[in-house]
Write a protein that binds this ligand. Structure first.
Ligand code: ADP
Ligand code: ASP
Ligand code: MG
Length: 403
């Protein structure tokens, strides 16, 4: 008998019909003789709607109260799915994050899973229940509810699979696997049979929403093989694992990330230590800096430009405006008009010319590059947000031509 963890995202449980569809997938798996732990997200746009509700009352609500609110979305889905399973004649038990043993760090809104105490899940399994767990949430050392950040249910599923040494971890969603680009935006995107953790981690971090990046990080750490597949069509999906068979494909994916802000500090004195002071302060506040560019300015000064995620731009500006060494300097922030488009592929490590092909495609589409950053397996460019979808398409066509 195998232990299978199955996760269903918001669109897979969006209405009664979809919940019944999920109940059938789950009970079919159980009927084949497997133990099943199911993780679900909030229905459809519930989490977005709850955020809007909060904003109507207090746009600056505390993160603790936001977590208290947002965790309720998943509570609805677990109860409904358990009822659907019961209707099909099986036994189910729904558990909130804390009941399922999710202990997290204290950071509301972006908590990290510290430990999953699986005793209760194991007890329910031994009583022949299908266990339905609320994704995205846990409890911290103050006994307060926490959430893991948007898209966090994927991480909940991988964490259970790791803690329980599950035989399979299946992430069901509204597309039938991981594609070379968002299949809703790029018609000729190709489904990948397999992808490595490292490539998937880059894709997820650079904007491919299909898996949350923390879930991939955790899957790699605990060697959990993850299968991404459709809840609407029963076809094979994409397997995410350590190594995959050698592919001819140089580039495995093209992504777009619009959660980007560009900050420029103009006329920084050309003396040592300033970059250290700027980025040290940002790091101390847990602000992740991505692309950094330093250029020569006028009169022995330099300009420093970098990107952060949009949700961090306000805090970053506040920090910079309070930094003694930057006093009197012009600091600009654009948190509306830029997007980051990236190509990812382990193959580019050993093949020259990937950057040139990417830049040529952008040039031919008359798209201006503002900033560039590279690593062994990815190249990212910062461009105007209005060009982003077109950029993804032309870059995708350059590497993975239309058939
Ligand atoms: P869920 O609600 O199941 O968690 P998400 O909306 O978080 O689903 O993720 C699935 C969506 O990710 C798809 O509908 C698709 O539009 C988008 N997506 C973006 N990039 C990719 C990609 N490279 N491959 C597959 N889907 C992608
Ligand atoms: N419901 C949460 C969200 O919308 C978690 C998830 O879907 O994974 O972000
Ligand atoms: Mg998701």
């Amino acid at each position: 008998m195998a232990l299978i963890v199955q996760k269903f995202g918001g669109s897979s449980v969006a209405n009664a019909e979809r919940v019944m569809n999920v109940a059938r997938i789950v009970t079919d798996t159980y009927a084949e003789g497997n133990d099943v732990v199911v993780v679900v997200s909030a229905q459809g746009d519930t989490t977005d709607d709850l955020i809007e509700k909060a904003k109507e009352i207090n746009p600056k609500a505390s993160k603790r109260e936001m977590d208290m609110l947002l965790a309720s979305g998943e509570q609805i889905s677990i109860a409904l799915l358990a009822m659907a399973i019961e209707k099909l004649g099986y036994h189910a038990c729904s558990l909130l994050g804390w009941q399922a043993g999710f202990n997290t760090s204290s950071v509301y809104g972006a908590a990290r899973i510290k430990k999953v105490d699986t005793a209760r899940i194991k007890q329910e399994i031994s009583e022949k229940n299908i266990v339905v767990v609320a994704g995205f949430q846990g409890i911290n050392k103050y006994d307060d509810l926490t959430t893991l950040g948007r898209g966090g249910s994927d991480t909940s599923a991988v964490a259970i699979a790791a803690a329980m040494h599950a035989d399979r971890c299946q992430i069901y969603t509204d597309v039938d696997g991981v594609y070379t680009a968002d299949p809703r935006k790029v018609k000729n995107a190709v489904k990948l049979d397999e992808i490595t953790y490292d490539e998937m981690l880059e894709l997820a971090t650079l904007g491919a929403q299909v898996l949350n990046n923390r879930s991939v990080e955790m899957a790699k750490k605990y060697n959990v093989v993850v299968e991404v597949l459709s809840s609407l069509e029963r076809v094979p999906g994409t397997i995410v694992k350590e190594t995959v068979k050698m592919e001819k494909m140089l580039v495995r994916g093209v992504t777009k990330d619009t959660n980007v802000a560009r900050i420029s500090i103009i006329g920084v004195p050309n003396v040592p230590g300033i970059a250290y002071k700027i980025f040290g302060k940002l790091a101390a506040k847990n602000i992740n800096v991505d692309i950094i560019l330093q250029s020569v300015g006028r009169n022995d000064t330099k300009d420093i430009t970098f990107t952060v995620s949009r949700d961090h731009s306000e805090l970053a500006l506040e920090i910079l405006n309070n930094l003694d060494v930057l006093e009197g300097l012009k600091i600009e922030c654009d948190d509306k008009n830029v997007a980051k488009v990236s190509v990812v592929g382990a193959g580019m490590e050993t093949h020259p010319g990937v950057a040139a092909t990417m830049f040529q495609a952008l040039f031919e589409a008359d798209i201006n590059i503002q900033m560039i950053s590279t690593s062994e397996i990815k190249i990212s460019v910062l461009i105007d947000i209005n060009d982003a979808d077109e950029a993804v398409r032309v870059i995708h066509n350059a590497f993975i031509p239309e058939e």
